[in-house]
Design a binder for this molecule. Structure first.
Ligand code: TMP
Length: 215
């Protein structure tokens, strides 16, 4: 495909939202072609409706495999409707979370199996894989403390409410993925100040997008 597919990943409280908000205008200023920011779960009408369903704290009865299937269904629609057409049109697509999130949260966090979740997602994505993934790493205690500190500013969802053990399994899975796929996954230390994290991300993106980078 003509475009470039890049994802951002990280445990809850890694600061992805703040980093992407600060990063996007800087990135666009360096590129002559359009950069599209999108997110999962969500990014398309049906996918956003599934997001509401999954994250609603009232849905306590949701089975772990149901949750994994809903994330994959949301992803499929987002890919078919938004990501693939944008890549075919030559855009740079930055996606806030993708398949690695399901492997980490459902596979390891919910303990339904990282390989099984990956296989199910390969069906959903037909194997579409990002060329680079920026993994914003924070220890679970740091991430959870940040969520607690910002509880008034953002929705406190069903997954934020999980135990520290759940969040530690999620981070463990991300670290294993990064070790297994060092060419694709770049680990960024997200305990650093925001400006430094943004600058580290920009440095990594420069290496991926060097061909279309304006000075
Ligand atoms: P967000 O906080 O980055 O918007 O993500 C919402 C929550 O959804 C977050 O706790 C991570 C979780 N999640 C999964 O559990 N599996 C997935 O596949 C995705 C995309 C997100």
């Amino acid at each position: 495909m003509a475009g470039t597919f890049i994802t951002f990943e990280g445990p809850d409280g890694a600061g992805k939202t703040s980093v992407l908000a600060a990063l996007m205008p800087k990135l666009q200023a360096h590129l002559a072609k359009p950069v599209r920011l999108t997110r999962e779960p969500g990014g398309a009408k049906l996918s956003e409706a599934i997001r509401e369903l999954i994250l609603d704290p009232a849905n306590t009865e949701m089975d772990a495999r149901t949750e994994a299937l809903l994330y994959a269904a949301s992803r499929r629609q987002h890919l078919a409707e938004v990501i693939r057409p944008a890549l075919e049109a030559g855009e740079v697509v930055i996606c806030d979370r993708f398949v690695d999130s399901s492997v980490a949260y459902q596979g390891a966090g919910r303990q339904i199996g990282e390989d099984a979740v990956l296989a199910m997602n390969q069906f959903a994505t037909e194997g579409l894989t990002p060329v680079r993934t920026l993994y914003l790493d924070v220890p679970s205690q740091v991430g959870l403390a940040r969520i607690e500190a910002h509880r008034q500013d953002r929705q406190y969802d069903r997954l934020d409410r999980e135990s520290i053990a759940f969040h530690q399994r999620v981070r463990g899975a991300y670290l294993r993925l990064a070790e297994r796929e060092p060419e694709r996954i770049v680990t960024i230390d997200a305990t650093k100040p925001l400006a430094q994290v943004v600058s580290d991300c920009l440095g990594t993106l420069h290496t991926v997008l060097s061909a279309s980078w304006l000075a």
